[in-house]
Ligand binder design. Structure first.
Ligand code: G3H
Ligand code: ZN
Length: 285
């Protein structure tokens, strides 16, 4: 059975991207696992600090472990972990992947903490995949901004800095800021495809991660994958589908929770499967 690292490398070498969806409950997990199985696609399941606090760290790990035992090829990521302690808790619990988000600390601290996370994690589990972040995204997932937003160039990831960051820290994946935002803006912020290419030249086999996948134009996504992005995060768009579908389902006569949730899972699956295919991750197991 392949490991997350193997899929990420294959994706990078063959110009497709491993999808990463954020979840906050069992129904979302179920929709992802079933979509992954039906399309034979490796998928990352992400939980930010608030999401894993809501589900429970133990519960999150046990649920995914059980699905894996039953044959699912999904990988659990501690997304946007903001401190070493937060990363450590998820590493100790057995997560497959950690994202240390050092965009809120100084560059020096970002280098130091990321390096410390990699060292600690690899000692515990040689197969764990660690993501570091360089640059800064100014917005939050789940928010719909009724205005035009463009990321200031000064917040973008700098190619030479990316190389130094990777060499110093030993990360497996790099979250790069290249124009997308968390959440959805009134415009569709454009990705800087040339910058992705320039970062990609500097990072070798390290996977380039695109955060803020919601609201990015399909053509930009296609070009980003061609330019070297091999892992794409989606949260807001899936949350919108979840909420809208749930409201619709609640307006019907059902009171059995499984009957209420069934169409919601179906709608989420439709969305997830569309993204899996668009990223080229189907038939990759
Ligand atoms: O880590 C999560 C993602 O970057 C999601 O961003 O809410 O804009 O899809 P999004
Ligand atoms: Zn993100």
């Amino acid at each position: 059975m392949f490991k997350l690292k193997d899929y990420l490398l294959k994706a990078k070498q063959n110009n497709w991207a491993v999808p990463h969806f954020n979840v906050a409950n069992l129904e979302m997990i179920k929709a992802i696992v079933e979509s992954s199985e039906e399309l034979k696609a490796p998928v990352m399941i992400g939980m930010s600090e608030s999401e894993r606090e809501f589900i429970g760290l133990d519960q999150a790990e046990s649920i995914i472990k059980d699905y894996k035992k039953a044959g699912a090829v999904v990988f659990l990521n501690a997304d946007h972990s903001k401190s070493f302690e937060s990363c450590k808790r998820a590493i100790d619990k057995g997560f497959d992947s950690i994202h240390f988000d050092g965009s809120h600390v100084s560059l020096k601290e970002n280098f130091e903490i990321t390096k410390k996370v990699v060292k600690y994690a690899k000692k515990k589990n040689i197969d764990i995949s660690i993501e570091g972040e360089l640059g800064c995204m100014p917005t939050e997932s789940s928010k719909i901004y009724n205005k035009k937003i463009e990321v200031k160039k000064e917040y973008f990831t700098k190619p030479k800095e990316a190389r130094a960051f990777i060499e110093t820290t030993g990360i497996d994946r790099l979250a790069s800021v290249v124009g997308s935002i968390h959440g959805i803006a009134a415009n569709n912020p454009h990705l800087d495809i040339d910058l992705i290419k320039r970062i990609n030249i500097e990072v070798g086999n390290v996977s380039l991660v695109l955060h803020g996948g919601s609201g990015v134009l399909p053509l930009d996504i296609k070009n980003a994958i061609k330019a070297g992005i091999s892992n794409i995060h989606i949260s807001t768009e899936l949350r919108i589908i979840y909420k809208e579908s749930l409201i619709k389902s609640l307006s019907k006569d059902n009171i059995a929770p499984y009957a209420i949730m069934e169409p919601v899972i179906k709608d989420m699956k439709e969305f997830i499967k569309e993204k899996i295919k668009f990223f080229g991750a189907n038939n990759k197991l």
